[in-house]
Design a binder for this molecule. Sequence first.
Ligand SMILES: *[C@@H]1O[C@H](CO)[C@@H](O)[C@H](O)[C@H]1NC(C)=O
Length: 216
Amino acid sequence: MMSLKKVFCLLLFVAGASAIECPAGYEVVGSKCIHRLHDSYLTHNDAVAYCYQNFGRLPVLPDCASFIGVATYVDNGCLCAVPYDLVGTQCVHLLPTSYNFTDARTACGSTGGDLIILDDCEQYSRVIKYLMEQGYSPFGYWIGGSDEALEGQWRWIDGSPMAMGLPYWSNEGEEDPEPDNPGVENCLELSSQWMYRFSNTLCSNSRRVICEAQPL
Ligand SMILES: *[C@@H]1O[C@H](CO)[C@@H](O)[C@H](O)[C@H]1NC(C)=O
């Protein structure tokens, strides 16, 4: 299961009509002053108390403009570091060039992430939709899985075991379900041939790359 769940405490001041000045710790977002509590998970009661102690309150977003302003701030301006985009629950970045599997991990690392882990079906479908929206289809994308450590034991790069079969792995043609070619093809790609479902291939192949970084 994905574990990227984050609770936000957005403090809200309704700022004056003209020049907006926010108190220390707050940022101007549209016509409001917003403060976001990083790295903490609070119960609702504690969030109410925290906001009160900081002279604000939990956000009230009564109209579309204020909702969009705050949602945009939370999603794009704040949650994922540049150059990552928020896609569903993950910060995602597509590298503009191709690498082999090892170099792909290094290249993701230099942007502050690693290869993406797709172990949640809802999130997997969001990422595929995002790939399709890019308007080009490379042959495949590396994602963060392999069975290099122990043949036949597919694991994510965080060490967690990978679900096999449907709906993730391609079984196009049925006589040749993925993963195939045991012992030879030890790295995991999303193959554009198979509607971006999982396929194993040679780690030395050159593929485009999907990186994931932790939300801020
Ligand atoms: C990946 O590519 C690098 C060159 O960029 C090369 O040194 C390395 O051996 C390659 N690794 C694999 C597994 O093909």
